[in-house]
Write a protein that binds this ligand. Structure first.
Ligand code: F3S
Length: 407
């Protein structure tokens, strides 16, 4: 096929180091639609050239990382604040560095809070929806449907979109996601293409799992398959929250962005060839708990990824009639919390805090503690490196027991 590439003013035949741009895309690239769009297009074109994409494709939604001021700092805030214009596809944010309304309760200092608010204001001016969550699919099912192309950033959200919803997204960096939201497109490469969605590993799980066991399984398997695409054979049928936990942990201990579960998730686009085989027995899952005890933690945090309503329900049930003896954070999306005020009240009656807009990993508030107990394989993988404190792992029941036990 013969295509015209405006950017280089050349005709190309087949594969080229340059992406083909439509006339409008080329005008944006040359700066005829303003400096902000030019910068956005420059990012997309550079990315497309690196990964040998032939063209841009429209995206249905964007999820933007680079929201916590802890991660982006002054340089990031300046970069976002300089951008002009409005996003042209539904765009949502990743968790920020604090609960946007009760940051004082988290022990966040004023300077950080003001910088975080300035960051959120800069995103708001661009027309981005100020929902700060890694589980956008829990608050708006229309944001991603099977077969949609997306430009999402946060690794657990990317995994869920690709694997459970059957949408297609690469793991975008903050700037490339923001660029996609302004242009409404992303380069066509990676997980957008069938040939990059074929399983590489077969994981036989010979154990009945529930709840946080899926985080432990993901923690193990991510470390083994790295950036591979595992297909699981499980004895039971995991819930959506268990799949969320599995994918999040594999994305953190490895860099898995897509997985399959036989007879549960959407199927691969074509039959895989020879697969590397891995078996996981109960003993291996138990070892994740044994190697990371959490009973001596001075804070407990649940909700990585952000809690669903069903998870809040279970936590409220476990806390019934109890009082916390140490800090207990329950992280969720603001819209989820607002949708079930009775559950929030029941949880907070114990002294626990339902924290919105942020999480235990991206908030600097975690750094004031010595050791955090979590029920999440992803948080277990990230907390030591990103918060500089120890992490312990347990089931939701064990986490509540630790938070409410008198030492
Ligand atoms: Fe979400 Fe924070 Fe965990 S962004 S997946 S709760 S590390």
């Amino acid at each position: 096929m013969r295509l015209f590439c405006y950017r280089q003013n050349l005709y190309h035949h087949g594969k080229s180091a340059s992406m083909y741009l439509s006339r409008e895309e080329e005008l944006i690239y040359q700066g005829h639609r303003g400096e902000s769009l030019r910068r956005a297009m420059e990012i997309l074109v550079a990315l497309g050239d690196i990964f040998d994409a032939h063209r841009l494709i429209p995206v249905k939604s964007v999820q933007i990382a680079g929201v916590s001021f802890k991660n982006i700092g002054e340089a990031g805030l300046e970069w976002i604040s300089d951008l002009k214009g409005k996003v042209i596809v539904p765009s949502i944010l990743n968790p920020a560095g604090m609960d946007l309304s009760r940051w004082k309760d988290m022990g966040i200092d004023k300077d950080f809070a003001h910088k975080q608010e300035a960051t959120i204001d800069a995103y708001r001016r661009l027309g981005i929806i100020i929902d700060c969550t890694c589980t956008p699919y829990q608050i708006n099912q229309k944001i991603a449907r099977s077969g949609d192309h997306l430009a999402w950033s946060e690794s657990s959200a990317v995994s869920y979109a690709n694997s459970v919803i059957g949408a297609r997204t690469n793991r975008e960096g903050g700037p490339s996601a923001l660029a996609a939201s302004l242009i409404g497109k992303t380069p066509f490469y990676g997980y957008h293409l069938d040939q990059n969605r074929i399983p590489t590993h077969k994981i036989d799980v010979e154990a009945d799992l529930k709840g946080s066991d899926f985080g432990a399984l993901g923690f193990l398997v991510g470390g083994m398959v790295k950036d591979g695409i595992p297909i699981f054979k499980l004895p039971g049928r995991p819930t959506p929250d268990e799949l969320k936990s599995l994918g999040a942990a594999m994305a953190a201990s490895g860099s898995v962005a897509l997985y399959y579960v036989e007879e549960v998730t959407p199927t691969p686009p074509e039959e895989p060839g020879k697969l590397e085989k891995i078996s996981v027995e109960r003993k291996k899952i138990d070892e994740v708990y044994e190697r990371h005890p959490g009973m001596d933690a001075d804070i407990v945090a649940l909700g990585c990824p952000h809690c669903s309503k069903a998870e809040l329900d279970r936590i409220a049930e476990l806390l019934e009639g109890k009082k916390v003896k140490k800090e207990l954070w329950v992280c969720t999306a603001r819209k989820i919390a607002e949708g079930c005020p009775d559950l929030v009240t029941r949880i907070e009656k114990s002294g626990a805090k339902v924290i919105c807009d942020t999480c235990m990993v991206v908030s600097p508030a975690s750094e004031r503690y010595r050791k955090m107990m979590v029920n999440s394989g992803k948080a277990l993988a990230y907390i030591p490196g990103l918060c500089g404190i120890e992490a312990g792992f347990g089931s939701t029941e064990e986490c509540i027991e630790t938070a409410t036990r008198r030492d």
